[in-house]
Design a binder for this molecule. Structure first.
Ligand SMILES: Nc1ncnc2c1ncn2[C@@H]1O[C@H](COP(=O)(O)OP(=O)(O)OP(=O)(O)O)[C@@H](O)[C@H]1O
Length: 625
């Protein structure tokens, strides 16, 4: 038997291949199973043009058998097989793909698509095997051949016996080392898991012979081993099925089988596109938040398949961050894979798919919002924050995509409303979209600052998420209506302007200036409030940073010391104001006490910490006695 050497280039390539192309050893099984599937496909093609070849789908399969004792893993297929020349050309020359040549000669028909294209996948077997033996008998040939190689050194070919047409690949699995436990590739459970992960949708049955234990017949405590043959893969990808034939349960089953989540998805989106790029996709909008969703550990992405073979677990490029909650998969035959199938060579196709997917998701969310509001609100409860982050991130560049998907609690409707709904019922004289920020709806309900706007009969949107105000700053205006915090200096309400301007009263001016001097460094100034109706005191903010924003920025890990310019507003129609005026004239000590008390009350209303709570309570006691 003559030993053939690999060509020099091939030798180097093989070494590179074995050691560096793939990041995961387990993919050898995907590569070999894809080869077997291609080989059966080729038979199918032959049958299309050659009457002497009968293709009976049921007789074609791939079988995987692990022999733990003999430490071999054998893959048998009933495909087209290889002649001696094929073995030499296709397995003896690295980077020569018989499959690619075949594909070029036979235009793909009827959805039977050949996977192989680079002519390297087979050699990934050497990542887990010392010796690879291939026994093959080609269609139309009476001879069978055995090809054998220990890797870079070369290979041998000799005639051998084989009854049926097809190929058998026998891997002598490497001994375990400290770093690698190659023995796992002889374990039935592990093999099944790898098959299901990558090759679940190979369209021919992948059978496995497994050993089970059962009670011996007639015995109550004696067990015996028995062999059982099982088809491991699902074969028909659900995404290639006709949508009309699929039920909601089918999609849910797929969602659960693929471990996209443990919940019941709120919505599925089944997309089949033929055009500049062809692809199928099934996407899910989950109901509940994955436990790590709002953490750094969460990795967004969709499963990416090329011709039904998994090539990437989580392809992040397929989803924008603001839709990172979406689960599912994309299968395309048009992807430019790189040699390891682990990365994509050009991302043009991927970008097209991603763009398309983004608009489909948005469309589905919009119709959910329109037609199934309750469901949308369940979704929004889980992922609304993510949408708002999406508005805020990237300098607001996605606001147009996302603003119509936002919901905020409304003071008047007592439920979540869209910006569109808010604007559509704004009275004519209302200039702004008003909002109030606070920890909960109940707390905002009681905020003194909302009095004037609410009295005017205007609706107020409640912001209870940290991100809300930041996101709104990015949107700036909706349908030409600007957003305005109820705590901002100028509320743009006519009543304000026509009201008797109490500040102009020179006595009051002096009083406020004096109070302001007592609070130097704590407030910008003290003024008569135009927004308070029944409450004595509140803060408003002058400028871009609101008090709520100050609180949020302060709570961030890098503790950004950005402060709102606070203005202490006093209700001059409240009886307490008379006390202030009296004490200004007759008892400055009392005024000092009242000023600090009012300032501290305003802090409490905002949920801001008091600088000296003990002093505050002592001061209250002072006025009690
Ligand atoms: N089980 C098989 N039955 C018949 N032919 C096979 C089998 N396995 C491999 N071949 C032949 O050997 C060639 C080389 O296989 P290899 O896996 O290295 O590359 P490929 O499948 O063509 O491409 P890729 O690197 O993209 O997987 C195949 O193109 C095919 O012609």
């Amino acid at each position: 038997m003559e030993k053939q050497e690999f060509k020099a280039e091939s030798k180097r390539l093989l070494e590179m291949m074995i050691n560096s192309i793939y990041t995961q050893k387990e993919i050898f099984l995907r590569e070999l199973l894809s080869n077997s599937s291609d080989a059966i496909d080729k038979l199918y093609y032959k049958a299309l043009t050659d009457e002497s070849v009968v293709f009976d789908q049921d007789s074609y399969y791939i079988k995987v058998v692990a022999d733990k004792q003999g430490r071999t893993l054998t893959l048998t297929d009933t495909g087209i097989g290889m002649t001696k020349e094929d073995l030499e050309n296709n397995l003896g020359t690295i980077a020569k793909s018989g499959s690619l040549a075949f594909k070029k000669d036979n235009a793909s028909k009827d959805g039977h698509d050949i996977i192989g294209q680079f002519g390297v996948g087979f050699y990934s077997a050497f990542m887990v095997a010392d010796v690879v033996t291939v026994i093959s008998k080609a269609l139309g040939s009476n001879e069978a051949y055995k090809w054998e190689s220990t890797g870079a050194d070369g290979y041998t070919i000799e005639p051998c016996e084989k009854d049926s047409v097809g190929t058998e690949v026998i891997l002598s699995i490497k001994e375990d080392t400290e770093d690698d436990s190659y023995g796992e590739y002889l374990d039935d459970y592990r093999l099944k898991a790898i098959i299901r992960k990558y090759s679940d949708f190979i369209k021919y049955p992948i059978k496995m012979e497994t050993t089970g234990k059962r009670l011996k017949e007639g015995s109550e405590d004696e067990f015996e081993d028995y062999q059982d043959e099982q088809v491991v893969n699902s074969m028909v990808p659900i995404w290639k099925k006709n949508k009309k034939e699929l039920t909601a349960e089918d999609y849910e089953k797929f969602y659960n089988d693929k471990h996209y989540g443990f919940d019941k998805p709120i919505k599925h989106i089944h997309i089949s596109v033929e055009g500049a790029v062809n692809y199928h996709s099934i996407l899910f909008i989950p109901e509940s938040i994955p436990f790590d969703f709002y953490s750094k550990e969460y990795e967004k992405g969709l499963e990416l398949y090329a011709n039904g073979v998994l090539i990437m677990d989580k392809c992040g490029d397929l989803l924008p961050d603001f839709f990172s909650f979406v689960k599912g998969m994309v299968d395309s035959e048009d992807l430019s894979l790189n040699i390891s199938r682990e990365m994509l060579q050009h991302d043009r196709q991927l970008k097209l798919i991603a763009k398309n997917i983004q608009s489909k998701i948005k469309g589905q969310l919009q119709s959910l919002l329109k037609d199934e509001r309750e469901k949308y609100e369940v979704f929004y409860k889980s992922f609304g924050r993510q949408l708002k982050y999406g508005v805020y991130n990237d300098y607001g560049s996605h606001k147009d995509t996302l603003q119509d998907l936002l919901l905020f609690y409304s003071s008047k409707e007592k439920k979540l409303v869209t910006l569109e709904e808010y604007v559509s019922r704004m009275p004519e004289d209302q200039k702004y979209i008003y909002y109030a920020s606070g920890e909960t709806n109940e707390r905002i309900d009681k905020l003194p600052q909302t009095e004037m706007v609410a009295d005017k009969g205007y609706e107020i949107l409640y912001f209870t998420d940290d991100i809300d105000e930041f996101a709104i700053k990015m949107i700036m205006s909706y349908k030409e209506k600007e957003f305005k915090s109820v705590s901002s200096g100028d509320l743009g309400i006519e009543a304000e302007e026509t009201e008797k301007d109490v500040e102009d009263d020179s006595n009051n001016k002096e009083l406020f200036a004096y109070m302001g001097s007592l609070l130097t460094g704590q407030v910008k100034h003290v003024k008569a409030s135009k927004r308070l109706r029944t409450h004595p005191v509140c803060f408003s903010s002058d400028g871009e940073v609101t008090i709520e924003m100050e609180k949020i920025l302060k709570s961030m890990p890098n503790n950004q010391d950005v402060k709102a310019d606070k203005v202490l507003e006093i209700n001059v129609n409240h009886t307490v104001f008379q006390s202030l005026k009296d004490s200004f004239e007759h008892d400055k000590d009392k005024l000092n006490l009242y000023t600090t008390l009012l300032y501290n009350q305003a802090l409490l209303i905002e949920g801001l910490p008091l600088q000296d709570p003990v002093e505050f309570t002592n001061n209250i006691c002072k006025i009690m006695v």
